[in-house]
Design a binder for this molecule. Structure first.
Ligand SMILES: CC(C)(COP(=O)(O)OP(=O)(O)OC[C@H]1O[C@@H](n2cnc3c(N)ncnc32)[C@H](O)[C@@H]1OP(=O)(O)O)[C@@H](O)C(=O)NCCC(=O)NCCS
Length: 133
C-alpha cells in the first residue's frame, strides 16, 4: 500500500473531544480514494458507490502528521474496490481502516460503463520516455 498524502491535524479539524473529527478524515479519504480511482481507471468520471465498515482504530491529535494509504484490491467490470489505511506518519500507529471502498466508472450518459482494467498500473509506465507524471 502506498501512503501518498500527508495531512497535518489543525484546530479546525478537531471534534469537541479535542481529537481529529471523523467527518474531516472521511472527506480527505473520499478525495484521496477518488483520485486513486481516476488514475487507475483513466477516467475522471468515477463516483463513490459503497463504503464498508469504518474502523476508527485510534485518535489523532492536534499537531499530528497523518498519512493516507490506498490500494486497489479488486477490478470489476465497471467498478474498482479499494482498501484504505490511515496511520500516524511518525509512530506508524493505525488510526483508521476501511476494507472496501467501491467506485463506479461512469460514461458520458451518466451510467456505469466497463473500464477494461484488470490490475494496478503506474502513471510513469504509460510514458515511453520513462518520465514521471
Ligand atoms: C453508481 C450508480 C450509477 C450505480 O448504479 P447501479 O444500478 O448500482 O449500477 P450497477 O448495478 O450496474 O452496478 C455498477 C457496479 O457497482 C457495483 N455495485 C453495485 N452495488 C454495489 C454495492 N452495494 N456494493 C458494492 N458494489 C456495488 C456492481 O457490482 C457493479 O460493479 P461491476 O460492474 O464491477 O460488477 C448509482 O448507484 C448511483 O448513481 N449512485 C450514487 C453515486 C454518487 O452520487 N456517489 C457520490 C456520493 S454522495
Amino acid at each position: 500500500m502506498n501512503f501518498h498524502t500527508r495531512k497535518w491535524v489543525k484546530p479546525e479539524d478537531l471534534n469537541p473531544n479535542g481529537t481529529l473529527f471523523g467527518g474531516s478524515l472521511l472527506r480527505w479519504i473520499d478525495e484521496e480514494a477518488a483520485i486513486y480511482a481516476v488514475i487507475q481507471l483513466e477516467n475522471p468520471k468515477v463516483v463513490t458507490k459503497y463504503i464498508s465498515e469504518i474502523n476508527f482504530v485510534s485518535s489523532a491529535r492536534q499537531g499530528d502528521i497523518i498519512e493516507l494509504g490506498i490500494t486497489a484490491t479488486h477490478f470489476g467490470r465497471t467498478s474498482i474496490t479499494l482498501r484504505c489505511e490511515v496511520r500516524n506518519k511518525i509512530t506508524r500507529k493505525s488510526i483508521l481502516t476501511i476494507n472496501d471502498i467501491v467506485f463506479v466508472n461512469m460514461g458520458d450518459e451518466g451510467t456505469p460503463v466497463p473500464h477494461g482494467k484488470t490490475e494496478i498500473t503506474y502513471v510513469r509506465d504509460r510514458f515511453d520516455d520513462g518520465s514521471e507524471a
